[in-house]
Each structure stands twice: as structure tokens, then as C-alpha cells.
Design a protein around this ligand. Structure first.
Ligand code: ADP
Length: 298
């Protein structure tokens, strides 16, 4: 029986600096990056699908073509009349990257508008993956609809994985962000936070603090990523640590966490064993940060 890895969120048009002052167009977004890497990491017994909403214009069609070309299933993607997708532009100033976003009116913000479509879409999944960015872009009512649909899918047997991916600027205020992220954790089986973000937003002193805060909301497995530092995994009360191999030439850390999540989940879904899954996540992330761009082949 074919199983389904379903990622929920927003993919955007990416305009990245190229030679001669030109910009090169691509497509990226945290949950899409994870779906893209999951497609490479999972075997043929898994479908990888993306749940989002796009517009009905030419660039939306090109984005969906890109998913199809990447073997990411598009059957659950809604096309919303009169709308379009979000866009971001990367600028380079003395080697430092800065980002400008045009996403406030993107179709993806409506992805949870129709509770029935969301529920029936999620019912097709064995593993559901979403992030704090998925939650942040939704209106408050959409967040509640999403949590209810995920809770229902979980009650029916789906495994839920969540990366808080904390981005304070996407949220109306810090209290709302903290409350919504803890609510998302409460419907999840596997939490994949990054310590630096968690320490900044929640004041955690160490990775153990982060893991305990989420397991206190009933999350069975928490994996706290920690850049080049030692990660900590809390598995139903058992603590494990894992130190990634040092990467000497870091080129671009974009999608380090997203790719880690994909390889970690693919391995864990296969073996149900944490140590090889941590190693697999770190291995892929190391390859991704050694090259430029979010989506790195090979
Ligand atoms: P995010 O990209 O979500 O902020 P992290 O910075 O914690 O996440 O990185 C995710 C994973 O990428 C880490 O768990 C680690 O495996 C790998 N990684 C990140 N930076 C480095 C580095 N400098 N050296 C080795 N591995 C790294």
C-alpha cells in the first residue's frame, strides 16, 4: 500500500541575484523545501504531496508545474480565482543576504478557509508536516480550522510532525506566536525546533529546556536542532544527544533545518529508530549548507 507524506504551507516565487545584476527565478518556502527533500529521501512506497493554495494566473500554474516536475503530488492544491502567489527577493550587500517579501495577499493565506476541503485532504495522509510559518500566515480562524483538522487526522491514525520555525515578524505579536506554537505542539507527535530561535522567543537556557517545554504539552518526540552544536532528542522521557560532524566550508545555511527535517523523518518513518534518523538528518543538512540555494541536488 502506498503511503503519503503531506506537507502543508506556502511556497513562494524566489528572485535570487545572478551574474551581471540579473535575478534568477525559482520556487521555495520552508514546507515546500522539506517536501522536496522528503521526495528524494523516501522510497517508492511513499507519495509526497503538498497542500497549499495558489492563484489562477500564469505564475501560479508555473509553480504547480514545478511541483509536478519534482514528483510532488498536486492533487490537493486549490486554485483561487483572482489571486496569486507570494514572492521574495534576495539582495546581496557585501556578501550579506537580505530578504524582501511580497506575500501579504498570497493565495496560501487562504489554505484553511474551507474546513471540509482541508479535512478531506488531510485524511489522505499518513504523515502530516507543517510549520510555524504555515500557522503564522493564516488568519486566526484559519489557525483554529487547521489545528482541528490536524487533530482529527491524528485521531484517525496519522503521525503529525511540526517545526515551529519561529519568525516573529510574520506574527501580529509575540504572545500570539508563543500561544499558537504551543497549541500546534499539542496536536503533534514529533517536534523539530531549532534552539537558537526557541531561546530567543521563549527564553530557554539550553536544549533540555526546549525539549521539556514541548514534551510538557504531551509531544512524544522532540528533536532540538542546534546549528553546529549538539542536538538533543527527548523520546518519551529518554534523552539522547547527537553532535553533527563539523562542516568546514559553510556556503549557505538556507534550508539547513528544512532538509534536516526531511531526512530525519524519512529515516524515522522507515526504521522507527532515533539515532540513525538524527545522523541522516545531519548528513543531508551538511550537504545542503555546503552549497548555494535552498534546493540542492546530489
Ligand atoms: P535552522 O536552519 O532551522 O535554523 P539549525 O541552524 O539548527 O536549523 O540547523 C539545522 C541542522 O543543520 C543542524 O541540526 C545541523 O545538523 C545542521 N547544521 C547547521 N549548521 C551547521 C554547521 N555549521 N555545521 C554542521 N552542521 C550544521
Amino acid at each position: 500500500m502506498m503511503k503519503r507524506f503531506l506537507s502543508i504551507g506556502e511556497c513562494m516565487v524566489e528572485m535570487a541575484p545572478a551574474a551581471g545584476g540579473d535575478f534568477r527565478m525559482g520556487f521555495a518556502g520552508d514546507t515546500l523545501n522539506t517536501a522536496w527533500y522528503a521526495r528524494r529521501e523516501l522510497g517508492n512506497d511513499w507519495d509526497v504531496a503538498y497542500f497549499t493554495a495558489v492563484g489562477d494566473d500564469a505564475i501560479s500554474a508555473r509553480m504547480v508545474d514545478f511541483f509536478d516536475g519534482s514528483d510532488i503530488k498536486t492533487d490537493l492544491i486549490r486554485r483561487m480565482p483572482g489571486r496569486t502567489v507570494g514572492l521574495y527577493l534576495i539582495q546581496l550587500d557585501n556578501g550579506e543576504r537580505s530578504f524582501a517579501y511580497w506575500r501579504s495577499e498570497s493565495a496560501a493565506r487562504r489554505l484553511a478557509d474551507d474546513a471540509d476541503i482541508l479535512r478531506s485532504g488531510l485524511a489522505t495522509a499518513d504523515l502530516i508536516y507543517f510549520s510555524g510559518i504555515t500557522v503564522a500566515i493564516l488568519p486566526p480562524s484559519g489557525r483554529q480550522t487547521l489545528f482541528a483538522a490536524i487533530a482529527e487526522a491524528r485521531a484517525n491514525g496519522a503521525t503529525i510532525a511540526f517545526d515551529p520555525n519561529l519568525r516573529p515578524r510574520l506574527w501580529e505579536d509575540a504572545d500570539t506566536m508563543r500561544a499558537a506554537v504551543m497549541d500546534a505542539a499539542a496536536v503533534s507527535d514529533i517536534l523539530l525546533p531549532s534552539f537558537e530561535d526557541e531561546a530567543f522567543v521563549f527564553g530557554d537556557r539550553d536544549t533540555k529546556d526546549t525539549a521539556r517545554r514541548y514534551s510538557g504539552r504531551g509531544v512524544p518526540i522532540v528533536v532540538v536542532k542546534n546549528g553546529p552544536g549538539e542536538m538533543l532528542a527527548l523520546d518519551r522521557g529518554t534523552i539522547r544527544t547527537f553532535k553533527p560532524e563539523p562542516v568546514t566550508s559553510v556556503v549557505d545555511t538556507t534550508a539547513a533545518g528544512d532538509s534536516f527535517n526531511a531526512a530525519f523523518l524519512a529515516s524515522y518513518l522507515r526504521s522507527g529508530d532515533l539515532p540513525p534518523a538524527l545522523a541522516s538528518g545531519a548528513n543531508l543538512a551538511a550537504r545542503v549548507i555546503g552549497q548555494r540555494g535552498a534546493l540542492v541536488d546530489g
